[in-house]
Design a protein around this ligand. Structure first.
Ligand code: ME8
Length: 648
């Protein structure tokens, strides 16, 4: 029987780049909590997804020469993209929302209209600062040294007609919400929100933009697109079917919502989001939990610093479960954690290879060696067993207390206390000495049974963290389905007395620390060299053939007045009529250096106006961003290749 419903979410990620180990941390942590709740008898809805609108994505797509939708499709669905990463990491989400999904778009328009109709959204003029990478508006007083207080990057002046949400109206109820109960955790984040944002005075929030188009249009004023955070935050309810017909889970799951978010977006989730919900007349979530960041040498990972850690590299080398375990075991969930390769390898060696893996292999090996794999039913108990058995009986309660408080690392720690106790029990009971004398058989069987029980309960409780390895190890110790349930994890003695074990492959081989660190450094460097964008989803040969790519010769080339970037080309495309193409590559080439060169262009793109000139196609170049710098190389062919040849 279900213990009730439980709704848990990750933030929805920006598909502006490949995701890194920090994003993986957040998703794996939420996954382990969702798995824990399912295992312990709840009816769980676990949601993740992608936050696909906004100026940042629009800019990136423009730079990549594709539409914003093509750009996000590639990062979400392409090979090595976000969906692939979650599959690899064994993420058990029940639903995946993309904010470009039709049903979400329609719901957002209805949500916006509803807040407008109830008088909480009004039209005004926005004058302030905008941080494009963070998609955040700031007032002058919120800036730190004139820069974005979240990411420290420069902000831009912004002034435009805009809709505003009456956030100020909700300052008091939001403060009360923050001050009472356990809505926001860890508790330290509550003071941060009240002192930094509420006490200085909550200003109304600008909730529409007119200076770009990649967003959800306000349906009653289509020149405006909905502010990306209003669009993004609402995903938590649209994905349940709020104001749409796609799903019908709102009544069941919304009252039991839990949002897991990184610390820098706690402000949006604990102030703006509850205010929006109050405006919509909806209950607020049960909890917002703000976890810390994975940092490197004390600083945030970023592509421009070149220190992002690729989860694919680590998962391929050490296995998905080792990586999941490392992330959840090592770093206290509410605080920042310093990532290092050495810490990763040491955690795998100490906890997985030694404390867990070795215990499983020794216990199953001894059961095979002394009893041919099947324990006899005779028992001889001893006072020396009582501490271990007491721990087996009580560990689930301690683990549950920590997991319910989202203290995943402490939940895992409770299990490892039991595993360490079991390892000590082997030293105390010395089964290899017992095995020397036939008269000790019953005692030996008791010792091995107690060990198998300690392993069994530990594996059940570790299943939310390392699901595949636990399933394999439970097979090895002969635990059938009844011996893997949450109920059976609460009590010693579920395995049959005559249990049969099957020694299997080593679960977590011990790693040579120095060698692995050296290899990893090489790999991480090597992997960061090729273009890191995921490969696009497949196209058919017919689709590819619809791209008319031809060799073109540069007849003339000049800089476009008042543009820093644009060059205007007149090209011989073999048709006899010169073709004009504009290209934003002045940063990389002087116009005169390109005259006479043979290039490649795609010809059958719709004409685009750029700085008042028509551009009839696009030049093909190789582009890469490294260490925050963009590199670009036009595809320049041998001069013997004539103009107008098709590429196929
Ligand atoms: O913020 N360590 O998306 P996002 C730990 N679209 N967590 C990290 C991290 C790190 N090094 N780097 C990033 C957004 N994260 C919005 C969310 S929700 C309605 C909209 C976490 O892709 C970060 O803290 O920039 C955040 O919680 C999540 O990854 C998504 O970041």
């Amino acid at each position: 029987m279900s213990k009730g419903s439980f709704y848990i979410t990750t933030p929805i990620y920006y598909p502006s780049d490949k995701l890194h180990i920090g994003h993986t941390y957040c998703t794996v942590a939420t996954d382990s909590l969702a798995r824990y709740k399912r295992l312990s008898g709840y009816d769980v809805m676990f949601l993740t997804g992608t936050d696909e609108h906004g100026q940042k994505i629009e800019k990136k797509a423009q730079e990549a020469g594709v539409t914003p939708k093509e750009f996000v499709d590639r990062i979400v669905e392409g090979q090595g993209g976000i969906l692939d990463l979650w599959k690899l990491m064994n993420i058990s989400n029940d639903r995946f929302i993309r904010t470009t999904d039709d049903y979400h778009v329609k719901s957002i328009q209805r949500i916006f209209r509803k807040m407008y109709d109830n008088g909480d959204i009004y039209k005004g003029k926005y004058v302030g600062k905008y941080c494009t990478p963070c998609e955040s508006f700031w007032t002058e007083s919120q800036l730190i040294d004139g820069k974005c207080p979240d990411c420290g990057r420069p902000v831009e002046d912004a002034e435009e007609e805009a809709y505003f949400f009456k956030l100020s109206k909700y300052a008091k109820p939001v403060q009360e919400l923050l001050e009472t109960g356990t809505f926001l955790e860890p508790a330290s984040r509550v003071n941060e929100m009240i002192n930094n944002f509420i006490k200085p005075g909550l200003e109304d929030l600008c909730v529409s933009r007119t200076s770009f188009t990649w967003g959800i249009p306000v349906d009653f004023d289509p020149g405006h697109v909905v502010y990306v955070w209003v669009d993004a935050l609402s995903n938590y309810i649209t994905a349940l079917g709020y104001l749409n017909d796609k799903y019908d889970d709102f009544d069941n799951f919304w009252p039991v919502a839990h949002h897991i978010v990184g610390k820098e977006i706690v402000r949006f989730h604990s102030i703006i989001w509850p205010a929006m919900l109050m405006s919509l007349g909806l209950p607020v979530p049960q909890k917002v939990y703000g976890h810390g960041w994975l940092v490197i040498d004390g600083g945030k990972m970023s592509k421009s610093k070149g220190n992002v850690v690729d989860p694919y590299v680590l998962a391929e080398r050490f296995g998905v479960d080792a990586l999941r375990f490392f992330l959840l075991r090592t770093f206290p969930f509410g605080s920042d954690g310093n990532f290092s390769n050495e810490l990763l390898i040491n955690t795998i060696n100490t906890d997985l290879a030694n404390n867990l893996g070795n215990l499983v292999s020794r216990t199953t090996a001894m059961t095979e060696k002394y009893f041919g794999g099947t324990l006899p039913e005779d028992r001889e108990e001893s006072e020396a067993d009582s501490e271990l058995i007491e721990m087996i009986n009580s560990v689930r309660g301690r683990y549950e207390k920590q997991m319910d408080a989202f203290q995943i690392h402490l939940g895992i720690d409770e299990v490892f206390k039991l595993l360490q106790r079991a390892n000590k029990y082997i030293d105390e009971t010395t089964p290899w000495i017992l095995a020397r004398d036939e008269s000790n058989k019953a005692r030996l069987a008791t010792v091995l049974y107690n060990l198998l029980e300690a392993i069994r309960v530990s594996l059940i409780l570790l299943t939310p963290v390392i699901p595949d390895s636990c399933a394999k190890a439970l097979d090895q110790i002969g635990a059938d389905a009844d011996c893997r349930t949450w109920e059976s994890a609460g009590k010693f003695g579920a395995l049959p007395l005559n249990v049969s074990v099957r020694k299997g492959e080593t679960l977590f081989p011990r790693l040579d620390t120095e060698k692995e660190i050296a290899e990893l450094e090489k790999l991480q460097h090597k992997k960061s060299v090729p273009a890191s964008e995921p490969v696009l989803p497949d196209v058919t040969i017919d689709e590819f053939a619809r791209c008319d790519m031809r060799t073109v010769k540069v007849l003339s080339c000049e800089a476009v007045p008042k543009s820093e970037k644009l060059l205007k080309f007149s090209l011989d495309d073999g048709s006899g009529t010169p073709r004009q193409i504009l290209s934003g590559i002045h940063k990389f080439y002087e116009p005169e250096s390109l005259v006479g060169k043979t290039l490649v262009a795609i010809l059958n793109l719709p004409t685009r106006k750029m700085m008042g000139y028509d551009s009839n196609g696009m030049l093909i170049s190789a582009v890469k961003e490294e260490d925050g710098k963009e590199q670009l190389h036009l595809l320049i062919l041998d001069d013997t290749v004539p103009a107008g040849m098709r590429l196929c």
